[in-house]
Design a protein around this ligand. Structure first.
Ligand SMILES: C[S@@+](CC[C@H](N)C(=O)[O-])C[C@H]1O[C@@H](n2cnc3c(N)ncnc32)[C@H](O)[C@@H]1O
Length: 413
């Protein structure tokens, strides 16, 4: 444990910590399967490892309702705990299936050759497909995806993420921007590609991506992940779903108050993975904090104090939607959490008003019979956030979060 200082603020305890330095067996934040795909605002594995090492007991089940990349599951596996992951974004399934590959497919290079000769075809049912991909690329994309979709699960897992990344590169979207966006540079990239032997480049890139993935999987297996029970639920809206069984520990990180939309930024990937337009549109409408949500009684003085300082109606609405959503979710789910809840949030601000999200959650959960043990304050170093200069929530320049807070709540009695 690497506690650097300890101060008591308000009625609660806050402890500074550098999670990334607490777990010697996970040497970096991007080690092994923890960095096979860029998912915005994902946990660093050390946060979860720290929680499991300090608080979990053998036989416990770990749960993350906002699973995202699935870090909670991947770390649980390393320490031998059963786990359950939910997320609105179905990408969680693809990332998880890939991250838990235990054996590297030995005939991957042969399959790559077979792919080039394959007659199978798949194209997404996406009305904007022709806007994002030049017609010249379509036959190769169709053939590659048709072949990969026909593979059995274990082989398919080796291909999907490398192919998703390659497909994104061969699209007109700017890869540096999370949201789908055609920029001058990305249009130029495609024009230049078309003048080269782009087909050879496509297969070379796919192969390179597969090599990188294999290296990461090999590295990950040094952590000796265990064979445990797990349940992955993609496409779950936490506001419409409740736990129908008990879990021991919930570790989660809800969407940020200033989050950009996850579904919209990953829709190109979702279309190629076979999800259809209506389904993706429905998922987009359910994203927190941009969705409509029922009013919810919030038991936190700080919530009401901060709210009083927000003047503009649309910001007040965003603020309310955010807290109604996450506190409805935590209040409902907490009924089936037996031991601990760990909630990881970043402090945020609306205009110039700082919003102490962690304190608000703590105050509310305390009224439901949860004991606040401690809040750890971690400093963000080079974490992959949405790279947007303008905060979509406020329309103002983003003030980047500098610290993130892990709230530790223990069931009382
Ligand atoms: C901060 S991210 C979680 C990242 C995760 N801790 C990780 O390690 O990748 C928040 C997640 O909430 C999900 N989300 C947003 N609205 C949701 C909803 N209504 N139901 C379920 N998940 C939702 C997003 O898709 C996103 O993956």
């Amino acid at each position: 444990m690497n506690i650097t200082n300890e101060t008591a603020t308000n009625s609660d305890k806050k402890i500074s910590i550098l999670f990334r330095n607490t777990i010697p067996e996970i040497p970096s934040t991007t080690f092994g399967a923890f960095a096979i795909y860029k998912y915005p605002a994902k946990f660093i594995p050390q946060v979860i490892a720290y929680v499991l090492r300090e608080y979990a007991q053998p036989g416990m089940t770990i749960f993350d309702p906002f699973g995202g990349y699935g870090t909670v599951g991947i770390v649980s596996r390393v320490y031998g705990y059963d786990y359950e992951l939910w997320d609105l974004n179905p990408l969680i399934k693809t990332i998880h299936d890939t991250a838990i590959i235990s054996k590297i497919e030995m005939n991957a290079w042969q399959l790559l050759e077979d792919m080039k000769k394959s007659q199978l075809e798949f194209l997404p049912t996406w009305s904007n497909l022709a806007y994002w991909f030049p017609a010249e690329f379509m036959p190769v994309l169709a053939k590659t995806w048709g072949f990969v979709n026909s593979l059995p699960q274990e082989s398919k897992a080796m291909f999907l993420i490398p192919l998703i990344k390659t497909t994104r590169y061969f699209s007109c979207s700017d890869e540096k921007i999370h949201k789908l966006y055609k920029s001058k540079q990305s249009k130029k990239k495609i024009e230049q590609l078309l003048q080269t032997d782009w087909q050879a480049k496509f297969y070379t890139m796919l192969k390179k991506q597969m090599e990188t993935l294999m290296k990461k999987i090999g590295e990950h297996n040094q952590l000796n992940p265990k064979s445990v029970r797990c349940s992955i639920k993609p496409g779950v809206d936490v506001l419409e779903t409740n736990l129908d069984h008990e879990v021991n520990i919930m570790i989660t990180s809800p969407p940020y108050l200033q989050a950009q939309e996850y579904i919209r930024s990953t829709k190109l990937e979702l279309f190629w993975l076979g999800y259809d337009e209506d389904y993706i549109r429905e998922l987009s409408k359910k994203e927190i904090p941009y969705r409509k949500v029922k009013e919810f009684e919030i038991h936190s003085e700080k919530y009401h104090q901060c709210r009083a300082g927000i003047i503009e109606e649309h910001l007040k609405e965003l603020y309310d939607r955010y807290f109604y959503s996450i506190l409805t979710v935590f209040s409902n789910l907490s009924q089936n959490v037996k031991d601990y809840m760990f909630i990881f949030v970043g402090p945020a601000q609306i205009r110039t008003t700082p919003i102490p999200i962690d304190d608000i959650i703590v105050e509310h959960l305390q009224t439901l019979g949860w004991y606040h043990e401690v809040t750890f304050i971690d400093t963000i170093v080079g974490r992959s956030m949405f790279q947007s200069k303008i905060n979509p929530a406020s329309g103002f320049a983003d003030s980047r979060m500098k610290t993130e807070h892990l709230i530790v709540m223990k069931r009382q009695g």
